[in-house]
Write a protein of this length. Structure first.
Length: 214
């Protein structure tokens, strides 16, 4: 699942990001972790919340509008980093939605981490910035328009996940004299079974339409 937004981290970008996440995995509720950006809480509640009517009071006047209540199984935790002279001196963690028991259970069954952290998204951002010149700071390779940058990011992410083998993902095949088999991230995830070529990637036509829509 790949979701991203372009622009400053404001409320519209947070809402769009959460909408993409929900759209790509509509039948599941992820375990969310983030920094303390205030917009994420409202975006998660708006995207995953269930409209719940407010009981009538019997008083005169217009009834209050329904409010969105997050489902009980939704878990969201935040990481707050305190800095001094540019260095992180303290890390605090808080649970926004869910309980400590729910967070502990999610972390217990996580195959990648057993602590509340933002290390994975930070590592992903660093990878994007290192390998994509348009995301470098103080660069001449910038995109002049947001749609062009978004299109370039889609191409780069396709190359990164389908075409480029990753050294840390290769597997040893003892049946073939311990030869190493290269793998891409999407091979490791089981989405494809081979390393794609540029030709295959550019001419691949995804099936994005439902049968009843054709």
């Amino acid at each position: 699942m790949i979701a991203f937004t372009i622009g400053k981290r404001k409320a519209p970008q947070a809402a769009e990001l959460l909408h993409q996440v929900h759209d790509r995995a509509p039948d599941s509720i992820p375990y969310f972790t983030s920094d303390e950006l205030e917009h994420y809480t409202a975006a998660i509640q708006n995207e995953y919340g269930i409209e719940t009517p407010i009981p009538k009071t019997g008083r005169r006047g217009r009834p209050r509008k329904p409010v969105k209540v997050v489902p009980s199984e939704l878990v969201y935790a935040q990481v707050h980093k305190e800095r001094e002279k540019g260095k992180v001196i303290r890390i605090a963690k808080q649970i926004v939605f869910g309980t400590e028991a729910q967070v502990a259970d999610r972390l217990k069954h996580s195959p990648v981490s057993h602590a509340i952290n933002t290390a994975f998204i930070e590592r992903n951002n660093l990878t994007l910035r290192q390998q994509n010149g348009r995301l470098h700071r103080k660069t001449l390779q910038f995109s002049k328009e947001a749609p062009l940058l978004e299109a370039q990011l889609h191409l780069f992410l396709g190359f990164y996940h389908f075409i480029r083998p990753h050294e840390g993902l290769k597997l040893r095949n003892e049946a073939e004299d311990n030869k190493w088999h290269e793998r891409t991230p999407f091979m490791a995830a089981g989405i494809t079974d081979h390393v794609w070529t540029f030709t295959e990637f550019f001419f691949f036509r995804p099936n994005v339409y439902k049968k009843e829509e054709i």
